[in-house]
Design a protein around this ligand. Structure first.
Ligand code: 4NP
Length: 155
């Protein structure tokens, strides 16, 4: 049963806040969706203004989110930890306190498109168009993932 879902990227201000906002928009409040960063450089900050604007243009508000760094306790608290890219995946596997924690770590796009090993590209050093293409990529993948999560939630 997957009820508590953590989205993880490097800074927790671009990709994972978008993934959190999009997935929340597809699930009921029976589910708990959060996000965190591998690094804590932006802890306490709002998502990047370009992420806020991109989401807002699509009717999703992420401006109340606050960045935070992943903690070891997250591996117990969440049922699944989705890494936005293979570098995040590697870091999460190093941080996982035990085998049970490691088994919860997955590459996000593989959940929608198995075995492709695709990354959600980091738009931080890009422009608004890069944020828009990340949004579209996440929106399509999370539609598939939300359907899977809802199906398994009652098993
Ligand atoms: P994110 O993007 O991992 O999608 O939130 C980044 C944001 C900030 C930094 C790197 C990536 N940074 O180096 O500060």
């Amino acid at each position: 049963m997957t009820k508590k879902i953590l989205m993880v990227c490097l800074g927790n201000i671009c990709r994972s806040p978008l993934a959190e906002g999009i997935l929340k928009s597809k699930l009921t409040t029976d589910f708990y969706v959060d996000s965190a960063g591998i690094g804590g450089w932006h802890s306490g900050e709002q998502p990047d203004q370009r992420a806020i604007k991109t989401a807002s243009n699509k009717g999703i508000s992420i401006s109340n989110q606050k960045a935070r760094k992943i903690s070891v306790a997250d591996f117990d608290k969440f049922d699944v930890l989705y890494a936005m890219d293979k570098e995040n995946l590697k870091e999460l596997l190093l941080l996982a306190p035990n085998e049970s924690g490691k088994r919860k770590v997955k590459l996000l796009l593989n959940e929608a498109y198995p075995n492709q090993n695709d990354d959600v590209p980091d738009p931080y050093y890009g422009d608004l168009e890069d944020f828009e293409s990340v949004f579209t990529l996440l929106e399509n993948a999370l539609e598939i993932i939300a359907t899977k999560i809802k199906k398994t939630a009652n098993q």
